[in-house]
Design a protein around this ligand. Structure first.
Ligand code: 48F
Length: 262
């Protein structure tokens, strides 16, 4: 069998990439919501916002999206959620089963769940800037008003080799979904604008509820979600169960939508 691909030269392929990237990047230099971190909470927030018609850009320092959602725990790729979070797996059309020995504890294949969440987020219309790391925040009149970013490759090289200035993107709201590091919140703490408590010890049955409950605007213009909530408020950690990450992402989107209405 012979296949004839449509003709396109090397330079046309390069131009297609440059032009489309530049057009999209230009659109998102000023946007409604920027989510920093493309793990389960950030993806879920992005999916919810985009599906409600909000312009949303997810910044992810890795090439791949998904954060800790690719694995359950300890390099074992079965993830768990506790009821009622299985409803979100239903929404994402992720197959799962109830663990035979514990009612309300569900197990799913992590790669299946993670790829469905990524696809749903992209399908909803969220845009992704991967290989891009948060460098700082834009702060106008004591309100977080955007992010300062650089290519991950540049930020990971020593300054004497890669002295490259970052660029800024402006947004109405920023969501910190950077997980245990709470990287965006820490940028404000470094300047003495707020204080974080650091993550508490493991206590799954307390932590999940608290993370969802405390998902909120922590500083004007800055909403925290996922494990960043735990690190910010000193809540117990929860280990390899993900219901609270998904539900916190949903709540972060609701908080953002309410704020955008004001
Ligand atoms: O760590 P991560 O999965 O955060 P999450 O959404 O979920 C936490 C769970 O995976 C698990 C848990 C509870 O179930 O304990 O750990 O809160 O995803 C965070 C994402 O943020 C990216 C990072 O690469 C990851 O994909 N990230 C972190 N710092 C930066 C960043 C940064 N400075 N710039 C851009 N992305």
């Amino acid at each position: 069998m012979t296949i004839e691909f449509s003709p396109a030269s090397e330079s046309q392929i390069t131009r297609a990439i440059v032009e489309e990237f530049a057009k999209e990047f230009d659109n998102y230099v000023e946007t409604e919501v920027i989510i920093v971190g493309g793990g389960p909470s950030g993806l879920m927030a992005g999916k919810e916002l985009a599906s409600r018609g909000v312009e949303v850009l997810i910044i992810e320092r890795n090439n791949y999206l998904g954060g800790g959602f690719w694995l359950g725990g300890f390099l074992m790729n079965k993830l768990t959620v506790r009821s009622p979070a299985e409803k979100i797996l239903d929404e994402l059309d992720v197959p799962y089963k109830e663990y035979s020995k514990v009612e309300g504890l569900y197990v799913a294949d992590a790669s299946h769940a993670c790829s469905k969440l990524i696809a749903a987020t992209c399908d909803a219309g969220a845009k992704i800037l991967n290989m891009t790391a948060l460098d700082d925040v834009v702060l106008h009149n004591e309100k977080v008003s955007g992010v300062v970013i650089n290519w991950t490759a540049v930020s990971s090289l020593p300054k004497e080799i890669a002295c490259v200035d970052p660029v800024s993107l402006e947004s109405k709201l920023v969501i910190d979904a950077t997980g245990h590091d709470a990287t965006v919140v820490k940028k404000l703490e470094e300047r003495g604008l707020l204080e974080t408590k650091g993550q508490g010890a493991m206590w799954v049955e307390r932590s999940e509820n608290l993370v969802v409950e405390r998902t909120s605007e922590f500083y004007p213009g800055l909403i925290v979600t996922g494990m960043a909530v735990s690190a910010t408020y000193g809540l117990p950690r929860m280990g390899p169960t993900f219901g609270a990450m998904l539900m916190s992402g949903k709540k972060a989107a609701e908080v953002a939508i309410e704020k955008l209405k004001l």
